[in-house]
Design a protein around this ligand. Structure first.
Ligand SMILES: Cc1ncc(COP(=O)(O)O)c(C=O)c1O
Length: 396
């Protein structure tokens, strides 16, 4: 396990020297800037590009590969593999930039995206035995870090993953990783996994749980335009799994894809009893004609940190008595939802966003509603100047 006694300096990088290969095939990851001179197998062969093509219904991807020979697959040294990972990263045209990663496997922080990797034999990789969470970074502060940390610890307990460090150490690592990244606006994602061991189903061979975190810079402009929703045909996870934030997000991914295939932003899940549940990475709420903020309870869905905060902030609107009269969490029928004045999505990614159409039903007057707008303003304000309980300063 990594030693936590040595403070991790903000800019810690290993010296710009060669990486070392070990006899057992493992290698030390290091940041280096000079070009590595390759020697050995396969170097004369350029990286071959493989193109994945999808059929129109997206159900059956097939691979177009110009070569049928397997003998030209190069055998790479650790150095060569790292260099290829680096050029691979450099060639990617992702809008997101990864600024820093912590890994308990190497017991430190790296700012080199080529080294931001997870071992194949981590139980999270091949069995989905891991949990994760996210916290937004806004103006150099971590928003609701403690609330998200509490949730990942609860998820870990539900997934029977022992914490590799105490809560305080996990928190310290997260804050230091953001500090090392110098990121002031973006997101911090982190994972607890059963750890590396072997490729068995049982985690009994994984002797030490693992902790990973990554800082992602977000430069995209914030969009608050109302969106369209459809009802998801992908089955919702049973409550035991929907209430924990495990890495098993295949139903969520398929649900999002279903929305996109139908020119919608989100697909809404109904629970086993037909009540409105949640979106694939956000909660939902409604404003009734009686000016009541109505949200499904959290017993069969993820307890959203943003949704809980919105419920608290919305009390101010009830106090003013103009936009809202009451707040209620409970079962919400599809009929109630579709005839609501306003429908909104709530989550750390989307913040608060209007749904203006659900399936064929236009919601309210088809525009972004005033309560949704007021709640978005309140959460943005909270992110910028809320109390210390929701804003953790990052010491850069
Ligand atoms: C399934 C699901 N529901 C709800 C949420 C919203 O939770 P939070 O507000 O904590 O981001 C998420 C967030 O990722 C989610 O994955």
């Amino acid at each position: 396990m990594a030693s936590l006694s040595t403070p991790i300096s903000q800019n810690q990088r290993l010296p710009p020297t060669k990486l070392s290969d070990h006899d057992d095939g493992s290698c030390i990851f290091s940041h280096f800037s000079q070009k590595v001179l390759f020697s050995g197998h396969g170097l004369q062969l350029p990286l071959r590009k493989t193109r994945i093509v999808r059929s129109s219904n997206q159900a059956q991807p097939f691979v177009v590969d110009s070569s049928t020979q397997t003998t030209d697959v190069p055998l790479l040294s650790c150095l060569e593999a790292i260099e290829r990972m680096r050029s691979n990263r450099a060639n990617q045209t992702s809008k997101q930039r990864y600024l820093a990663m912590y890994s308990s496997i190497f017991g430190g922080i790296t700012t080199d995206p080529a080294a931001m990797v997870i071992p194949m034999d981590d139980h999270m990789v091949h069995r989905g035995h891991g949990v994760f969470d996210t916290a937004a970074i806004m103006d150099g502060h971590l928003y609701e870090l403690d609330q998200h940390l509490d949730r990942i610890i609860k998820s870990a307990s539900m997934a029977k993953i022992k914490l590799p460090y105490h809560r305080q150490s996990l928190r310290r690592i997260l804050v230091q990783t953001v500090s090392a990244s110098k990121c002031r606006k973006g997101s911090l994602r982190y994972w607890l996994s059963a750890g590396v061991g072997d490729f068995q189903l049982s985690p009994s061979g994984c002797h030490q749980s693992a902790f990973y975190a990554i800082v992602i810079q977000d430069e995209s402009p914030f969009v608050s335009k109302g969106v369209k929703a459809v009802t998801s045909s992908i089955p919702i996870k049973p409550p035991q799994f929907a209430t924990m934030k495990s890495v098993n997000y295949l139903p969520n991914v398929l649900s999002k894809m279903e929305a996109e295939e139908n020119d919608a932003y989100v697909a809404i899940w109904l629970d086993g009893d037909g009540f409105i549940a949640e979106g694939p990475n956000m909660n939902v709420a409604f404003v009734t004609k009686e000016k009541e903020l109505l949200m499904p309870q959290f017993d069969k869905i993820l307890s959203g940190c943003t949704a809980k905060r919105v419920l608290t902030l919305a009390e101010a609107l009830v106090g003013e008595g103009k936009l809202l009269r009451a707040i209620r969490q409970g079962n919400v029928t599809v009929e109630e939802g579709k005839k609501a004045e306003e429908m909104m999505l709530i989550g750390s990614g989307v913040l608060v966003r209007s749904v203006v159409q659900w399936d064929e039903q236009v919601i309210g007057n088809g525009n972004e509603g005033p309560v949704t707008q007021a709640l978005l303003d309140l959460i943005l304000e909270d992110m910028k100047s809320g109390p210390p309980t929701v804003r953790v300063p990052v010491p850069y």
